[in-house]
Design a protein around this ligand. Structure first.
Ligand SMILES: [Zn+2]
Length: 256
C-alpha cells in the first residue's frame, strides 16, 4: 500500500508547522523530505501485521487507528540524497537528525525517542483522537480525507467518529456501505437527552464496556447525543459539538 505525502491530508494546524519546518530545513541545507504523512488504517494494519501474521521484521507496535498518522497530525521525515532515501544516522549525519529535532521543537512538533523520522503535533493524545476529539479548525481537505478513511474501514478496532470541517459542513455521504465495525453512524444533528439512570450513567472512552470510564453523568443531567450505534450513544456534554465519550443508550431519554 502506497505512502501518502499529500500536504492536504494533514490537519491544517500540523500542515502549517510542517511547511515552516521544511522551509527551515531548506535554509539550513539539510536534505530532509517528508517521507510519509497521513497513513490509512489499512496501511497501518498491514505494517502492524509484518512480523506477526506476515513475514518480515516487526516495524510498528501500533495497529489501525493507534498511530497519530491516521489523524493527519504526524509525519515522518527522512534524508533524501542523490535520489535515494537514507535513514543513515552515523558520522556527521547524526548531527543532521539532531538538528531536525531541534528545528521541529521550535514549531511545536514533537519527536519520539524511539522513532527517529517521526514528528507529531504537540499535546495530541491518542485516546482523545479515537474518541473523536480532533484538534479545532480542521478544514475540508483534512476532514474529507479522514471521513473517507473512516467510511471505508472494515476492520477492528472500529473507526473513530466522523470529523467535521471547520466550516460546520456536515460529513459527505459515504459512498461505501456502512462499516461492519462498531463505528458510530454520522449524524449532523445533535439531540438533547436526559440521563435516567438513578445512580448516574457511566461515560466511557468508546462504545463498549471494555472502554475506560471517563466520568459519571448525573441522574437528570441534560446532554447532547451526537450519534447512536446499536446500544451506544456518542455524547457531547457541553454542547460544543465535540464528542466527550459514549454511554449506554438505555438510560437516556431523548427530549422530543
Ligand atoms: Zn511516524
Amino acid at each position: 500500500m502506497a505512502r501518502d505525502t499529500e500536504m492536504e491530508h494533514l490537519h491544517p494546524l500540523f500542515r502549517q508547522k510542517v511547511e515552516l519546518l521544511l522551509q527551515d530545513l531548506a535554509k539550513a541545507k539539510l536534505p530532509f523530505r517528508m517521507f510519509e504523512g497521513f497513513r490509512s488504517p489499512q496501511r497501518q494494519h498491514d505494517l502492524y501485521c509484518q512480523g506477526r501474521t506476515k513475514p518480515g521484521a516487526k516495524v510498528t507496535n501500533a495497529d489501525a487507528w493507534s498511530s497519530l498518522h491516521q489523524y493527519g497530525v504526524a509525519a515522518d521525515f527522512v534524508l533524501y540524497i542523490d535520489g535515494k532515501w537514507s535513514w543513515d544516522d552515523k558520522g556527521e549525519r547524526k548531527a543532521w537528525w539532531k538538528k531536525l529535532h531541534q528545528l521541529a521543537l521550535q514549531h511545536q512538533l514533537e519527536p519520539l525517542s524511539w522513532e527517529l523520522p517521526h514528528l507529531q503535533l504537540q499535546q495530541m493524545q491518542l485516546a482523545q483522537l479515537r474518541a473523536g476529539k480532533y484538534p479545532a479548525d480542521g478544514d475540508a481537505d483534512w476532514a474529507e480525507n479522514l471521513q473517507h478513511a473512516i467510511a471505508t474501514w472494515r476492520g477492528t478496532p472500529g473507526a473513530p467518529p466522523m470529523p467535521l470541517a471547520a466550516s460546520g459542513r456536515p460529513p459527505l455521504p459515504a459512498n461505501a456501505p456502512e462499516p461492519q465495525s462498531p463505528a458510530t453512524t454520522p449524524n449532523s444533528t445533535a439531540r438533547l437527552a436526559t440521563v435516567t439512570a438513578r445512580d448516574g450513567l457511566r461515560l466511557r472512552a468508546g462504545p463498549g464496556t471494555q472502554f475506560d470510564i471517563k466520568t459519571t453523568l448525573r441522574s437528570g443531567q441534560q446532554v447532547y447525543v451526537l450519534a447512536s450505534s446499536g446500544d451506544w450513544s456518542q455524547i457531547d456534554i457541553e454542547g460544543d459539538g465535540l464528542a466527550d465519550g459514549y454511554c449506554h443508550s438505555g438510560y437516556l431519554a431523548v427530549n422530543s
